[in-house]
Design a protein around this ligand. Sequence first.
Ligand SMILES: O=C(O)CCC(=O)C(=O)O
Ligand SMILES: [Mn+2]
Length: 207
Amino acid sequence: MTKSAMPDPTLTLRGAALYRGWLVPEAQARLVAEVRAVVAAAPLFRPVTPSGRAMSVRMTSAGKLGWVSDRRGYRYEPRHPDGMVWPPVPETALGVWRALVDGGRDPDCCLVNFYEPEARMGMHQDRDEADFDWPVVSISLGDEALFRVGSTSRGGPTESAWLQSGDVIVLGGAARLAHHGVDRLRPGSSRLLRGPGRINLTMRVVT
Ligand SMILES: O=C(O)CCC(=O)C(=O)O
Ligand SMILES: [Mn+2]
């Protein structure tokens, strides 16, 4: 489903396409304002893993479905843990998806991850979706983050790059199920947000 005439990425990390500075600073600022509206409607929460460990990232979602994790497992839900439906996907994020993904379908979920300076995300696969032909499109805002990509199987070689504000990553094709994670932030490397930290928006087709 990925566009045949997809623009050339700046670089690839084990098949993951990195588009450096896809969003110009004005678009980044607009998207931050849109994310603030999402968080006002559906507050950030700190998920726990099925084994009961609190994640270091806080999150919320926009779209028809939101990704949640608790003692019952990882899954998508039509409502926030506090009961409200998820707000619409920010227009600026939808624009990124539509520019990079063919097939005439918008994402079902736009996960919003908020990283405080010490937050990280362990190596994992995005595999709670029904159809892996649709890519995952992920936008970085705020402080730089060291993003690592490995293979479909656990272990093995990895490649990493510092993601900057405005960068977009597409995990598609053979890299759709690649393990990936965020090792650490570079706090204070961006002035986009009011303080240190990073926002990541991850869009996926779920059903
Ligand atoms: O923060 C990132 O860049 C990656 C986030 C991610 O992999 C996820 O939410 O599944
Ligand atoms: Mn992921």
